[in-house]
Ligand binder design. Structure first.
Ligand code: SF4
Length: 322
């Protein structure tokens, strides 16, 4: 090495060195954060698979690939988990090429070949069907997704797949919950596991616990070759877009709220809702005995205020009494 460089104390040289050091530190921090994120996503997917018994030994899982960030992340994580899972299962990636104008049909086959996963590209021109049937200016998504669903079920049967994995995540599930509530008058979300409407397949959503923003960062970090999702010319449903903005705004303004809402989906109390088919409101009787977990009919529960508020007020009242 050049000694002159080592001993050069000119300010501009020192400045450059500091910049290089800062760059170095930044790169290290980014690598650390990426590692942390990767661990979190793998843990969340593993947890969802376990909690809902999504994948069992001998399963053949059809991983639906749209070319968007979520499906790439799902395949990536499932391939990693497959290597260290205690049970053996197969993965096969499937993409439906709907013949949308400008769809870069080489991208997915190249990627899937590179990562070494068996795959099938199913070519079906649903785009023309949708354009022909739906009048200009009307929403095309419902027919498009119905056609897509039918084709994917058929492909799953042809491939002998026992599970169909979709890349929906936590935010999709919350958006669906609110859409059903706001526009459909139903308290109904998007389940992590379900039997298909034709009764033939089990659909799983291994990314159920993952946050969309984490998946976006992961996709960037892993440099997945993302295919744009607006090639069909249709905008993402306006209602879903509204739900997304509402939830994202809450997330910005009230950290923790989205996590709490998501956790609430697993903590349902039918006796405190109004569905008579889930709880026998018409026949309940006072027994004269304390009921475990019974209601405090006239008091607001602690969780009804901002987090911690009720507890603080109770403690402060007690302190005043002392
Ligand atoms: S956005 Fe386009 S591709 Fe997606 S469901 Fe709607 S019409 Fe189909």
């Amino acid at each position: 090495m050049n000694d002159a460089v080592l001993t050069d104390t000119r300010p501009e040289f020192l400045h450059r060195t500091d910049e290089a050091k800062a760059e170095d530190a930044k790169a290290k921090k980014q690598a650390f954060e990426a590692q942390k994120l990767s661990k979190r996503l793998h843990r969340q997917v593993g947890q969802a698979i376990t909690d809902f018994n999504m994948i069992e030994g001998g399963d053949k899982v059809m991983v639906c690939m749209s070319g968007g960030k979520d499906s790439y992340a799902m395949l990536d994580v499932l391939m990693n988990l497959q290597k260290r899972a205690p049970v053996a299962f197969e993965l096969v990636a499937v993409n439906l090429d709907q013949k949308q104008p400008g769809f870069p049909e080489h991208v997915l086959p190249e990627y899937l070949t590179k990562v070494g996963v068996p795959f099938r590209i199913e070519e079906q021109d649903t785009y023309s069907v949708v354009k022909r049937v739906i009048p200009e200016g009307k929403t095309t998504c419902s027919l498009c997704s119905r056609l897509r669903r039918g084709i994917l079920y058929r492909v799953a049967s042809e491939l002998g797949c026992t599970k169909i994995a979709l890349g929906h995540h936590r935010d999709d599930m919350l958006q669906t919950l609110f859409m059903n509530m706001f526009f459909g008058s139903k308290l109904k979300g998007m389940p992590p596991k379900l039997v298909t409407d034709n009764g033939d397949h089990v659909v799983i959503r291994p990314m159920a616990y993952c946050a969309e923003k984490d998946l976006a960062t992961y996709a960037e970090h892993r440099q997945f070759p993302i295919i744009p999702c607006n090639l069909c010319g249709s905008q993402d449903g306006l209602q879903r877009q509204q739900m997304r903005e509402m939830i994202n705004e809450w997330d910005r303004k009230f950290p923790g709220r989205v996590d709490n809402m998501f956790t609430a989906l697993s903590n349902i109390v039918p006796s405190h809702l109004m569905d008579r088919s889930l709880y026998p409101f018409t026949t309940i009787q006072a027994s004269g005995q304390p009921v475990a977990g019974g209601d405090i009919a006239f008091d607001e529960e602690e969780s009804c205020g901002p987090v911690g508020e009720s507890k603080i007020s109770i403690v402060s009242i007690r302190q005043q009494d002392d």
